[in-house]
Design a protein around this ligand. Structure first.
Ligand SMILES: [Fe+2]
Length: 283
């Protein structure tokens, strides 16, 4: 039994290095005028699927997305120039498929802290629209959406009330809620909204996250084994979670954690079909 499980895990490690899966979600959303398709990419950590990510790009292209959301950790914190250049090439190639909106992950933040290099001009130069603690109104296939990006936490997390209320992420959410439009937040870490019942305080239509890598190792009937800050057997490992006044969708992303491989957890392309919610209007 243990031997069989070991062999299956070994095979899975190899499979999960190159085989992609596509996970699709239907998300009826109030205030959306026309249906559109979004593809989410996250947690690539410098990996390639096919030469110059050709295989990954072909799969994304086949979904015919109206928009692409890049949710962060496309590079790792220790990235060299080559990995950064590869990220830019990838964003440029995505930009040829559809408009790209990008937010940072904790690894991009760490990369800048460690190297002193600012990724923002490089990302903007690819044609992707970077949402770094900011928001914009996007017209996606005829639907006006308020899109934002944050790496912050929408709960105090040890800060005084004053510090929290004046934080960039708090102000960003206030602006987005006041937009009167459907609201989508690219927030690499689900931590942004899951702790201290933050989800009960924010009237946002959708949070899109990665960061968990689907729990890294997927156990039958149990789900993911580990996610940062949530610990072992994380509740929010990947998938769709309607919570409080909002909804959270976590993509399992593409890579493992450093030397730790994914097991029974194929790298995923996350496809969202966002449609008008029937019989309701936004507000
Ligand atoms: Fe991350």
């Amino acid at each position: 039994m243990a031997l069989a499980a070991g062999i299956a895990a070994g095979i899975s490690i190899v499979v999960c290095r190159s085989a992609l899966t596509v996970r699709e979600y239907d998300l009826p959303t109030e205030g959306v005028e026309r249906p559109f398709t979004a593809v989410c990419v996250t947690d690539l950590h410098g990996r390639e699927f096919g030469r110059d990510n050709e295989k990954l790009l072909a799969e994304i292209r086949a979904r015919k997305p109206d928009v692409i959301f890049s949710l962060g950790d496309l590079i790792s914190r220790s990235a060299g120039e080559k990995e950064v250049a590869r990220m830019c090439d990838f964003l440029r190639a995505l930009r040829e498929i559809a408009p790209v909106y990008a937010s940072f992950g904790n690894h991009e933040e760490d990369y800048t802290a460690l190297s002193g290099k600012d990724l923002r001009p490089l990302i903007r130069d690819t044609g992707a629209i970077l949402l770094d603690e900011e928001c914009c109104v996007a017209d996606i296939a005829g639907s006006r959406i308020c899109l934002g990006g944050t790496l912050g936490h929408l709960w105090p997390d040890g800060r005084s009330r004053e510090e929290f209320l004046s934080s960039p992420e708090y102000r960003l959410m206030e602006r987005m809620q006041a937009s009167g439009l459907p609201t989508v937040v690219l927030s690499h870490r689900p931590d942004t909204i899951i702790f201290e019942k933050a989800y009960e305080n924010w009237d946002i239509d959708l949070f899109l996250s990665g960061h968990t890598h689907g729990g890294l190792i997927r156990l039958p009937l149990i789900g993911g084994l580990y996610a940062p800050r949530q610990g072992i057997f994380p509740r929010y490992d990947r998938g769709y979670f309607p919570i409080g006044r909002t909804r959270l969708l976590i993509s399992g992303g593409f890579a493992g954690y450093g030397p730790f491989p994914r097991i029974f957890n194929r790298p995923e392309i996350c496809v969202l079909r966002i449609t008008p919610a029937e019989g309701s209007s936004h507000g």
